[in-house]
Design a protein around this ligand. Structure first.
Ligand SMILES: Cc1cc2nc3c(=O)[nH]c(=O)nc-3n(C[C@H](O)[C@H](O)[C@H](O)COP(=O)(O)OP(=O)(O)OC[C@H]3O[C@@H](n4cnc5c(N)ncnc54)[C@H](O)[C@@H]3O)c2cc1C
Ligand code: SF4
Ligand code: SF4
Ligand code: SF4
Length: 346
């Protein structure tokens, strides 16, 4: 029987989180734009040992795929605490630097051995990396709105490290949680970013930035989606922007089917929406989230009851669902397995 992820790939709703690559015992999956599985439908076509391994149908990958698992109806039901925060060192971070601040402090205190993050070069070509020190964290600051299989890096991390932190967008956080629950307990902390959509590299780097924004990618210092516009800040101090609707239509296909805005499966979710400019909105969702945030709290400035707060977050959750739930439920009808939007609390 082909694994369920074969249907996810076939219907072009693979989020490219990288989880199947991380857990496949024989290395039969690689994830770039989406997962590529070695001949899931006709296992007889390939000879084993011809430079790659052929899928053996063990179905482990199907247990960690976020699309196979489906979405949760009420995203905010497991939020224990909500506040705004800013790290004592937020320079070069995307917003308040809480994500980098948490990781840096945990490395300095010796509480984690490894974290997964994304760096970029001057052409905004991203690279998924394993971080092992507070200095490494510096290289990952800033949001890359392109998609990379962050969770695949866990394959290497599990071989070397015992206390691993994961930072990712909701699809990656979801699969990291499924791996932690089903396969490997070495993940100790999952930090989830808020996410409305992401883009294939070539779409962002060859169309949106040069053609729509009319900016050279090498000149870009920061990108940001906020207040109804996509903003690009360049090294010469100029600010360029276009309405979000002009670029959102170019988002990846799985993002048009995604119904998780706030990383409901994270221990701690971090975003910008809901907090004042220069601050992060922070959602503590689990006991582990409380424990690890308490360890780093002294290095953060905290704002209780921030404005615009959860009301705006709720509106954006609803907007993402309104746009995407119907698309997702349509695809679900085509699957041979049961998935959908579950009416349960995490
Ligand atoms: C694709 C995408 C879409 C987003 N959309 C929204 C949104 O709609 N609303 C909102 O409030 N927030 C959104 N965010 C989150 C926001 O941009 C910030 O990442 C968040 O507020 C944390 O800020 P910070 O200052 O703590 O991050 P920093 O301290 O700058 O740390 C950045 C962290 O993000 C990680 N990272 C960067 N790019 C990626 C990526 N592509 N995939 C996985 N990890 C990555 C880095 O490894 C690093 O750990 C989005 C993030 C991404 C990656
Ligand atoms: S079914 Fe097993 S062998 Fe095949 S891709 Fe999935 S994990 Fe790998
Ligand atoms: S586990 Fe992730 S990368 Fe693999 S098929 Fe599912 S969504 Fe795609
Ligand atoms: S919208 Fe964000 S979380 Fe959802 S599939 Fe796209 S990148 Fe992943």
């Amino acid at each position: 029987m082909p694994p369920k992820i074969a249907e996810v790939i076939e219907h072009d709703v693979c989020a490219a989180c990288g989880a199947c690559e991380a857990v496949c015992p024989i290395g039969a999956v690689t994830v770039k734009k989406s997962a590529e599985i070695r001949d899931p439908n006709n296992l007889s076509l390939y000879e084993k040992g011809a430079g790659y391994q052929v899928c053996e149908g063990c179905l482990i990958c199907s247990r960690v795929c976020p699309v196979v698992d489906g979405f949760i109806e009420n995203e905010l039901a497991n939020v224990r605490k909500f506040f705004a925060a800013k790290s004592s060192n937020s320079a070069r971070s995307q917003d308040g630097g809480v994500t980098s601040g948490i990781l840096k402090s945990l490395f300095k205190q010796g509480k984690i051995d490894c974290a997964v993050g994304i760096t970029r070069n001057e052409k905004w070509e991203p690279e998924v990396v394993l971080l092992t020190s507070a200095e490494d964290v510096e290289r990952t600051r800033g949001t890359k709105y392109t998609s990379d299989p962050v969770v695949a890096a866990l394959r290497q991390a599990f071989e070397k490290y015992d206390r691993i932190a994961v930072v990712g967008v909701p699809c990656q956080v979801h699969s990291a949680r499924l791996i932690q629950d089903n396969i490997n307990e070495k993940i100790v902390l999952i930090i989830g970013l808020l996410c409305m959509e992401s883009f294939h590299h070539e779409v962002m780097l060859e169309k949106i930035i040069p053609e729509i924004l009319k900016v050279k990618i090498e000149d870009v210092r920061k990108m940001e989606f906020t207040k109804g516009k996509f903003w690009v800040y360049t090294d010469d101090g100029e600010v360029h922007s276009v309405p979000i609707k002009d670029v959102a239509k170019y988002a990846r296909n799985p993002c048009h089917h995604c119904c998780d805005y706030t990383s409901v499966f994270a221990d701690i979710s971090v975003g910008s929406v809901g907090a004042p400019d220069g601050w992060n909105s922070v959602f503590i969702r689990t006991e582990a989230g409380e424990k690890y945030f308490d360890m780093v709290r002294d290095e953060m400035e905290i704002m209780e009851d921030p404005k615009p707060g959860l009301e705006l977050v709720g509106k954006l959750i609803d907007m993402k669902r309104k746009n995407n739930a119907e698309h997702f439920l349509e695809v679900c009808k085509e699957f041979s397995f049961e998935t959908g939007i579950r009416n349960e609390t995490m």
